[in-house]
Design a protein around this ligand. Structure first.
Ligand SMILES: Cc1cc2nc3c(=O)[nH]c(=O)nc-3n(C[C@H](O)[C@H](O)[C@H](O)COP(=O)(O)OP(=O)(O)OC[C@H]3O[C@@H](n4cnc5c(N)ncnc54)[C@H](O)[C@@H]3O)c2cc1C
Ligand code: FES
Length: 261
């Protein structure tokens, strides 16, 4: 892990409030692993704490982030331009051992909203697996739905959902996944899942995991964090084996271990 400065090489809006940003980094590109994230420092934009973003994909030595505008930092990032410099710290978080997914007959990626961000990088790594590959992706409306065409190219069968029914099935993506399990009479033990999205999505995915006795579910948490370096302890998540720091022992956790209050 290192703090470094790189210039933005691409920045464009891809959906409502959703932007794709790329920077060249010969340091990060060969080191980063799926599930890991970077901290972006924007003090010159009056943003005190760094902001974490998952590594979305890496092409050659260009690292891409996919982000949604929520507040001051993400708006400042969206307002930047090609050629401007970014102060970045990474790679952060524990590497996700994606090879552990190889022993399952079916691998499922589930992204809720901007939770699609880390799935392209992981999907690329999984593309060589012989397992059946499925992607479930949901958003509030069609305008916010990001379905990455590269995931189709990596061999993923894609299911989509929106809360208002403007694209794909109507409803939340975990319900769509659960209906698919029921309809296809899938044996849970043959399945492993990697999800990313809001806290409530993780909670309902855990219920589905337990109902269908799914082989394994990992979840990447995108909660608000502070230092990102294991110092403030403000990112603790309760698990069956005690509190764990999202920024150090996560952001990916075995979902069955997580305790929801
Ligand atoms: C490990 C990790 C990886 C992440 N990866 C990504 C990513 O790839 N793309 C991306 O867009 N975001 C990602 N996030 C979330 C991102 O860091 C926040 O959206 C960002 O810090 C918001 O900063 P802001 O100053 O724009 O908004 P703030 O001013 O901090 O917040 C504005 C409003 O949005 C709410 N909010 C902020 N973040 C979240 C959140 N994560 N979930 C729900 N509500 C929130 C706040 O409570 C507040 O009400 C990640 C978070 C973590 C911990
Ligand atoms: S964010 Fe400070 S310890 Fe994790």
């Amino acid at each position: 892990m290192r703090i470094f400065e790189e210039k933005i090489v691409t920045l464009r809006q891809v959906r409502k409030k959703i932007f794709l940003l790329g920077f060249k980094s010969s340091y990060l590109a060969p080191r980063a692993q799926p599930g890991q994230f970077v901290n972006i420092y924007l003090q010159e934009k009056d943003v005190f704490l760094p902001r974490p973003f998952s590594i979305h994909k890496i092409e050659s030595d260009i690292v891409y982030l996919l982000f949604k505008v929520r507040g001051k930092a993400t708006q400042a990032l969206a307002d930047m331009a090609k050629g401007e410099s970014l102060r970045i710290c990474g790679p952060l978080g524990k590497k996700f051992d994606w090879l552990a997914m190889a022993k399952y007959k079916r691998v499922v990626l589930i992204g809720g909203g901007i939770g699609i961000a880390p799935l392209s990088f992981l999907g690329e790594k999984l593309s060589s697996l012989s397992s059946q590959k499925l992607l479930f992706v949901g958003a509030a409306t069609k305008k916010e739905l990001v379905v990455k065409k590269e995931l189709r190219n990596y061999g993923f069968m894609v299911y989509t959902a929106t809360l208002d029914g403007s694209a794909g099935e109507k409803g939340d993506i975990v319900s769509v996944f659960s209906r698919w399990l029921e309809k296809e009479r899938i044996k849970g033990k043959d399945l492993c899942v990697f999800g990313c999205g809001p806290w409530g999505m993780a909670e309902s995915l855990q219920r589905v995991e337990r109902t269908y006795k799914i082989g394994k579910v990992w979840f990447s948490f995108e909660r608000v964090i502070a230092c990102g370096l294991g110092v403030c302890r403000g990112c603790a998540i309760e698990t069956k084996s005690g509190y764990k720091l999202l920024c150090q022992q996560g952001p990916v956790f075995n979902l069955d271990e997580v305790v929801f209050a």
